[in-house]
Design a protein around this ligand. Sequence first.
Ligand SMILES: *Cc1c(COP(=O)(O)O)cnc(C)c1O
Length: 373
Amino acid sequence: MTSSTTDFAITRNESPKTEAERAEILANPGFGVHFTDHMATVEFTEEQGWHSPRVEPYGPLQLDPAACVLHYAQEIFEGMKAYRHADGSVWTFRPEKNAARMRRSAERLALPQVPEDVFLEAIKELVKIDEVWVPDASTGEASLYLRPFEIATEAFLGVRPAKEARYCVIASPAGPYFPSGVKPVDIWVSRNYHRAAFGGTGFAKCGGNYAGSMAAQVEAAEHGCAQVMFLDDREEKWVEELGGMNLFFAFSDGRIVTPPTGGTILEGVTRMSLVELARDAGHEVEERPISIDEVKAGIEDGSLTEVFACGTAAVITPVGSFKDGDDVWTVGGEGRSEELEESYPVTMKLRTTLTDLQYGRAEDTKGWLVRLV
Ligand SMILES: *Cc1c(COP(=O)(O)O)cnc(C)c1O
């Protein structure tokens, strides 16, 4: 091989979206519905290792119908964002954490691990060529959502880890996750379904975890809830997380509790960053098991004042209530203020601290930002 694994061959899209089409999409991008003009791909075979890095027009994949991913779900993914700062530069947040997590996910799913430089270079090349798709800073909370993923492509129906795989990155402009402003979300406590089991794939970011959570999501919607909270599968007592977001609990004495990531909980980059930012802000942060009973009791006696969920896509979302069967626990009580800065002061302050850092409105004293363009 003459070229290195990070030397991406570029094939420009000959019919990209017109400026007018792009402007219309960027004016109202939604989430995950529109995609940029290009995608990045790197192939893996046992003989060649990672090879054929390229950026090419966005479009359908060619896969053998017997490709392992379609039968045994050998698939993992990541979720990141590119943020435009006021000076026009484009940055991403702690990508080495995503690269490391993707390697851990790969290990669990017996997929080949994408090296960190390949992971990151694919993102850089894609964002560079599709830079015009990164929403402008003035919109406040818009970004280019990045979706790296890896699939097993080998055509083989026997059950063993695939020997061929593909790493791709696609990108999708994203408006603010809550177009009409941040609103507390109502949570359904899942009793019929668990997201993860001890020894299972809970810590891996794999499509299979999401496939298994959809029925619970449907059940939640039937009960008027937008999100599901999963409990541990052994005692059905300990709070784990939502289908795609980690949870934090803030007490009136300033303590903040989040469940520990012991194999069944996804190790969120937002989660680990907020633990650090909350400590910097003077909170005592406890990473320890918290039971659904402690949550209910805390809401009832007023000691648990705020609950929020976090993840890259929605950043931080206040939790308004928990519905467990026919019973409802309203965080902050029925009479809580509609003004989130009043009813969720800890949540909203952490949200501002994090987004100011990501959008370059505050100094990056931690070196968490990596420049893409
Ligand atoms: C991706 C994900 C999160 C959030 O992780 P971030 O790195 O903060 O985006 C939380 N829970 C699950 C199940 C996830 O898949």
